[in-house]
Design a protein around this ligand. Structure first.
Ligand code: PMP
Length: 397
């Protein structure tokens, strides 16, 4: 495993990078793939009638079946490249909303969503005259499935829920959530932004209708993401953005649209980043996704023990099934102060509401400090965090 940036020295300390839920660092092979793309391959894809364009197109299109296999979709045309989870969800909320949401309709979201899986639905609801209904969760950070069942009405049109909470670390029972929705004939979108780097994802096993994720949280470059959609449902949706590539024919009177998945990929995509996503999948598969998950699970257990032993610490999100994310507060100290002091010791964590303000409101807190792990995190990183917290606590409490 070679992650050059992890050799950074921050304020005279070796960098301890514990902000992986925000973005993971990139392995050498992903960086090399990007560099090689711009050194040897750069060209606009599809319609190009020359050597570089053909090569670039071939390599770009080779990543599609790779992603298809990575999430076990039925076919490659169900894989749409986007800029990230946010764009993927906006695409679905916009197109699905236009086609299926009307006055008085309802959209179910969970109470632990990232703003990216709330606001696009609010926008779609505003346009349609529809409203949001919210699945509550317990103090531990577990969704209340009984309450969820009660939220369905004849007006429910779609359920949008994350696979893993970026703030609480909870792994949600997305298969069950999908089954319950399907009993009511309601499709389901899963926000997989925090899941794909930590566990094998099988969209057919989950049964969901849409699954969205970002490359940059799974060792790939920023600027690329995926929207998986079941073919039958994608075929019912109007295009999201208009422009090049998504059309079949254009006249000033009328435009006809391209087939899947190109109908949803308007304009020049970030070709190099898509190749980087392919390299990141190769990297993860070489490491073994199960191995990564197991390693992070052990780290989570170790970190939970070590942090819980520090006087004054409260951990938010203690669900039985979690990924390597620990949100906490240290006594009454403001999370930003904790983060700043840790930073000066070379420890990178995230502080604030983590784009989940409704979670903060649920607990009545302004934010948390969040440490999150990746395949390269070591127990020595956890020790550095715990030791630093013990050291700074007297300055804050
Ligand atoms: N959903 C979740 C659960 C996330 O953690 C994030 C990123 N923090 C997003 C959506 C948005 O991802 P992006 O910014 O890559 O579009």
């Amino acid at each position: 495993m070679d992650f050059p940036i992890l050799n950074t020295t921050a304020y005279g300390h070796p960098l301890v990078y514990l902000d992986n839920a925000a973005t993971t660092q990139k392995p050498r092979q992903v960086i090399d793939t990007l560099t090689n793309y711009y050194l040897t391959l750069n060209s606009n894809i599809h319609r190009g009638a020359h050597y570089l364009a053909e090569q670039a197109t071939e390599q770009y299109e080779a990543v599609r079946p790779q992603v298809c296999q990575f999430v076990n979709a039925r076919q490659s045309c169900e894989i749409v490249f986007t800029r990230g989870t946010t764009e993927s969800i906006n695409l679905v909320a916009s197109s699905f909303g236009q086609r299926f949401l009307g006055q008085g309709d309802e959209v179910i979201v969970s109470g632990m969503e990232h703003h990216s899986n709330i606001v696009p639905w609010q926008l779609a609801c505003e346009r349609a005259g529809a409203s949001l209904r919210v699945i509550p969760f317990s103090d531990e950070g577990v969704l209340d499935l009984e309450a969820y069942r009660q939220l369905f009405t004849p007006h429910t049109r779609i359920v949008a829920c994350n696979h893993v909470s970026n703030t609480l670390g909870t792994v949600n029972p997305v298969k069950q959530i999908t089954e319950i929705a399907h009993l009511h004939g309601v499709p389901v979108l899963i926000d997989g932004a925090q899941a794909v780097a930590h566990m094998a994802v099988d969209v057919q096993e989950i049964g969901c209708d849409f699954y969205c994720f970002s490359g940059h949280k799974m060792y790939a470059p920023m600027g690329v993401g995926v929207m998986y959609g079941r073919e039958e449902i994608l075929n019912q949706l109007p295009p999201y953005q208009g422009g090049g590539e998504m059309i079949k024919t254009v006249t000033f009177e009328r435009t006809t649209y391209n087939e899947l998945p190109f109908r949803f990929e308007a304009g020049t995509p970030s070709v190099g980043d898509v190749l980087g996503l392919g390299a990141a999948i190769d990297f993860m598969q070489q490491q073994g996704i199960e191995n990564i998950g197991k390693h992070e699970e052990e780290l989570l257990e170790y970190a939970t023990q070590r942090l819980s032993a520090i006087p004054g610490i409260r951990i938010y999100g203690t669900a039985p099934h979690k990924v390597g994310v620990i949100s906490f507060l240290l006594g009454g100290a403001h999370p930003y102060d904790v983060g700043t002091l840790l930073d000066k010791l070379g420890i990178a964590v995230r502080t604030g509401h983590h784009c989940t303000q409704p979670i903060m409101d649920r607990y009545g807190i302004p934010g948390t400090v969040r440490a999150s792990f990746a395949c390269y995190t070591r127990t020595s990183d956890i020790d550095a965090l715990a030791d630093a917290l013990v050291r700074i606590a007297p300055m804050l409490l």
